[in-house]
Write a protein that binds this ligand. Structure first.
Ligand SMILES: NC(=O)c1ccc[n+]([C@@H]2O[C@H](COP(=O)([O-])OP(=O)(O)OC[C@H]3O[C@@H](n4cnc5c(N)ncnc54)[C@H](O)[C@@H]3O)[C@@H](O)[C@H]2O)c1
Length: 378
């Protein structure tokens, strides 16, 4: 618990309202200010979370010297410029995923954090899920042997977000950057963070703005009638095959709309001593459900020469709150960061590789260096 850290939250939309603002309150930080270009949202958040100040312009928040750390919870195309401003203002930063729109931006952010000597964490909250935490302990102890393959997926039967999420210039992509990123990141984290080498991917748009009423997860702007949400120029399905420098292979399937029995978030890992499966769905928009369930990580192993299944029970937790608690501990110097800017860069390189491969219709190398100069628009 942190009683000391004074924070600000930039962006008062969906994720700020259900994760960052309540997370800071639950973990004892003082929320000094909130900022949103839609002033009514900043004011509503100020009231709901008893925040001292609300601003329309985030620069006013960054100008407050007492604010030590900020969350950046805005549309993806604004991550890089706002994070760079926050670092320049001397703040520690927790930026939502994906880190940026492309690799060049992510590298510029990594560089700026190093030069400023500030914390920069990316919102890979799935790393704090109890099933991931438990399985990582097992893998780190060597109980799975060499983990050489993982098939991962994040699939929704019906569940595409509207608004800026479906506009490539604002989001950077569809379900790959919105949800697929979570399973790819936590799986890479589980197996010791190897570096990606190449990828073969295919993306498709089969449904677009799906007419089923239940399937529309309206973005804040569409819900409030500030934009019509009709632009849909990103993929709604993707599959990928990613090769890593230690020989590990990861596959991905991800979709906002798919004709399946149920939504799925999964990672099936194959190791030489044992395999393991995480397979769950935690609907973040249905409050309480995540915290209520008790589930198990399945482990497939051998006992006395016989195949045997183990179940590691865990209490499903609020991974966002756990992430915020860790961020505050990092800001205070009590814990070393479990998510580094490099993790954001690596994931950005994978995202870029997926789209390059889909365009090229073949395997492409994954580059961890920028090939083009970065130009940031605010
Ligand atoms: N980790 C997760 O599970 C998770 C879940 C949802 C969203 N996200 C990420 O969080 C970010 C925000 O997503 P969201 O669902 O909250 O979107 P949203 O559209 O609901 O909220 C974004 C907010 O940013 C505000 N904004 C836009 N420009 C701004 C500016 N210049 N200054 C201040 N505020 C500005 C908007 O007015 C809006 O209120 C995205 O990067 C998204 O990928 C992460």
């Amino acid at each position: 618990m942190s009683a000391l850290v004074k924070v600000g939250v930039i962006g008062a939309g969906l994720i700020a309202d259900f994760a960052h603002l309540p997370g800071y309150r639950a973990n004892g930080a003082e929320i000094v200010a909130v900022a949103d270009v839609v002033e009514s949202r900043a004011k509503a958040a100020q009231k709901k979370f008893e925040v001292k100040k609300a601003f329309k312009d985030y620069h006013d928040l960054l100008a407050l010297p007492e604010i030590q750390a900020v969350s950046v919870a805005v549309p993806n195309h604004l991550h890089a410029p706002i994070v760079l401003d926050a670092l320049a203002a001397g703040k520690d930063v927790l930026v939502e995923k994906p880190m940026a729109l492309n690799l060049a931006e992510a590298l510029a952010m990594e560089d700026a954090a190093a030069k400023a000597g500030r914390v920069l964490m990316i919102g890979f909250n799935s790393r704090f899920r109890q099933d991931v935490v438990k399985l990582r302990r097992l893998i780190q102890a060597g109980d799975l042997g060499e983990v050489y393959f993982a098939s991962t997926g994040y699939l929704r039967r019906r569940g595409y977000p509207s608004g800026w999420f479906t506009v490539k210039a604002e989001s950077g992509g569809g379900p790959v950057v919105d949800i697929g990123i979570h399973v790819m990141d936590f799986t890479r984290y589980l197996v010791g963070s190897p570096l990606p080498v190449s990828v073969v991917a295919k993306t498709a748009r089969k449904f677009g703005a799906c007419p089923v009423e239940d399937g529309v997860w309206q973005s804040s702007d569409v819900r409030e009638g500030l934009r019509d949400g009709s632009t849909f120029d990103v993929e709604d399905f993707a599959t990928a095959w990613i090769r890593f420098d230690n020989g590990f292979i990861m596959t991905l399937e991800t979709a906002w709309t798919a004709n399946l029995a149920r939504d799925r978030i999964y990672s099936n890992l194959l190791g030489t001593k044992a395999g393991a499966a995480i397979d769950s769905y935690h609907p973040i928009h249905k409050k309480g459900q995540e915290a209520a369930s008790v589930e198990a990580v399945d482990v497939y192993t051998e006992v006395q020469g016989m195949v045997a299944d183990l179940a590691l029970p865990y209490h499903a937790n609020d991974s966002h709150s756990a992430e915020i608690s860790h961020f505050l501990a990092v800001v205070e110097g009590r814990e070393a960061p479990l998510i580094t800017p490099r993790d954001g860069v690596v994931m950005q390189a994978i995202l870029d590789g997926i789209y390059r491969s889909a365009e090229a219709s073949g395997e492409v190398p994954i580059q961890l260096q920028a090939t083009a100069a970065v130009s940031l628009k605010k």
